[in-house]
Design a protein around this ligand. Structure first.
Ligand SMILES: [Zn+2]
Ligand SMILES: [Zn+2]
Ligand SMILES: [Zn+2]
Length: 258
């Protein structure tokens, strides 16, 4: 009994040690990541020579083609025109843009999903399934799932951001999710958000603007035509935070046809 306990305890300690060790970065990976901070390195390629014995690797271009005095032209390793991001930063700047866009995303407060949030989630679920079929094929949807077009974590992020009214444009979408296909499909996502997102709850007490009852109610922004014609079974209707009327939310007006 005591032995068992001690063994368990020992195993636990080893487990913790292993976990701790895992958290320490491998020295060679540290050199690779921080090559620009080490005066002895100052080149990403040099790390492979110093830490991974790249320099001592045998050339085999002479063995590949012994007929030619210069060896095989395919296997001959030439000095590259572009070395690394430390030596040629201009060549790598295009890769640095995406993470910086994502780093400016909003921090969202916790909330409980209500009907409008779930309606938007359902709409996005349907959308990314249909989009996977139309962009790839039904078999891709079956084999790989709808995350092929839009990963589930990003879909959740969109729902949460829409709840807090953080996504009003493709730029917002890209900023908040880091989704690579924002430019390609963003318009469709924005349309779904405008159609289904919960109304803005105004923290201010405002005096509603009064319009003449017979006059035209100004329409500040209209959703795209499909947004109006394709929503016959929509149970939820937006309620305006400013005037308390249904059918619009202060930003978007559902048009009524005679
Ligand atoms: Zn270099
Ligand atoms: Zn060869
Ligand atoms: Zn209103």
């Amino acid at each position: 009994m005591v032995n068992t306990y001690q063994e368990l305890n020992k195993a636990g300690v080893n487990d913790q040690a292993a976990k701790h060790k895992k958290r320490e970065l491998d020295l060679r990976m540290d050199c690779l990541i921080n090559a620009d901070q080490c005066t002895g390195l100052m080149c990403r390629r040099k790390v492979f020579d110093v830490c991974f014995d790249n320099e001592v690797a045998d050339f085999d271009h002479l063995d590949c083609n012994p007929e030619c005095i210069l060896g095989c032209s395919c296997c001959l390793i030439l000095q590259p025109m572009v070395c690394c991001d430390i030596h040629h930063p201009d060549h790598f700047s295009i890769y640095a843009d995406e993470p910086s866009v994502m780093s400016h995303h909003s921090c969202l407060s916790k909330y409980t999903k209500k009907v409008p949030d779930l309606v938007l989630q359902d709409a996005l679920d349907d959308w990314h399934e249909q989009k996977t079929i139309s962009t790839y094929s039904w078999s891709h949807l079956n084999d790989l799932g709808p995350s092929l077009v839009l990963p589930n974590c990003m879909l959740d992020r969109i729902v949460n951001c829409a709840h807090h009214h953080k996504i009003n444009s493709i730029f917002d979408l890209k900023k908040e999710t880091g989704w690579m296909d924002s430019d390609r499909f963003g318009n469709e996502i924005i349309t779904l958000i405008q159609r289904h997102a919960p109304p803005i709850a105004s923290p201010f007490v405002t005096t509603p603007l009064s319009y003449p009852s017979t006059g035209n109610v100004p329409v500040l922004a209209t959703p795209c035509p499909t947004a109006r014609t394709n929503t016959p079974n929509l149970k939820h209707r937006n309620k305006c935070g400013a005037c308390n009327n249904e059918g619009h939310n202060g930003k978007f007006q559902v048009l009524k046809f005679p």
